[in-house]
Design a protein around this ligand. Structure first.
Ligand SMILES: [Cu+2]
Length: 169
C-alpha cells in the first residue's frame, strides 16, 4: 500500500511543480512586455501560456482524482464455501487492479480478458509460480492458496500491466 501511495504522491507533487513552473512562465512575458513595445508578439504567446497553465492545472486535477480513485478501487474477496472468489476484467489493464484476500484459504481469480492486445494474453503470478494464457473473451480461473500475509503482484507477460493481491491475516 505504502509504495503505491508514495508513487501517486510523487506524481501529484510533480504535477504541482510543473503547474507552478508553467504559472511562473506565464507571468514572465507580461513583465517583459512592459519594457518593450512589441504589441503583436505578446498576445498570442500569452494565450498559449494561459493554455499551458490551464493544462498544468488540469493535470494536477487528474492526478489527484487518480490518487483518490485508485484507493477506492481495491476489492475485498467474498468467501463462498471456503473459496475466496474474485472477478477481474482484463481490458487495458486489470480491473480491479488491487484485491484483498485472507491467508490460508483458497483464492480463485476469474480473469475475463476483453482486450485483444497481445500484451495481455498471459498473466503471471510469480510468487505462486503461475503463468497462464488468457483466451480472448473467456473467463480463466486461477487458483492458489496464499499462506503468508503480504502483497503479491500479478502482471502481464511483459510486466507492463500490474495488479496486486493483498493477503491479510
Ligand atoms: Cu504486457
Amino acid at each position: 500500500m505504502l509504495h503505491h501511495r508514495q508513487m501517486w504522491g510523487t506524481l501529484a507533487s510533480l504535477g504541482i511543480a510543473i503547474g507552478m513552473a508553467s504559472g511562473v512562465q506565464a507571468a514572465e512575458p507580461v513583465a517583459a512586455s512592459n519594457s518593450t513595445n512589441q504589441f503583436r508578439s505578446i498576445e498570442q504567446p500569452l494565450g498559449l501560456k494561459v493554455g499551458v497553465t490551464l493544462g498544468g492545472l488540469t493535470l494536477i486535477g487528474l492526478e489527484l482524482w487518480w490518487f483518490l480513485f485508485s484507493k477506492a478501487k481495491s476489492q475485498q474477496a467474498e468467501s463462498i464455501q471456503g473459496i475466496q472468489e474474485l472477478n477481474i476484467t482484463v481490458d487495458g489493464g486489470y480491473e480491479p487492479a488491487s484485491v484483498v484476500v485472507k491467508s490460508g484459504q483458497l483464492v480463485r481469480l476469474n480473469f475475463l480478458r476483453r482486450d485483444p492486445n497481445s500484451c495481455l494474453e498471459k498473466v503471471l503470478l510469480p510468487d505462486f509460480n503461475i503463468v497462464r494464457e488468457l483466451p480472448l473473451n473467456q473467463v480463466t480461473a486461477i487458483e492458489f492458496t496464499p499462506d503468508k500475509p503480504g502483497r503479491y503482484l500479478f502482471t502481464c507477460g511483459m510486466n507492463m500491466f500490474r495488479g496486486v493481491v493483498e493477503v491479510q491475516r
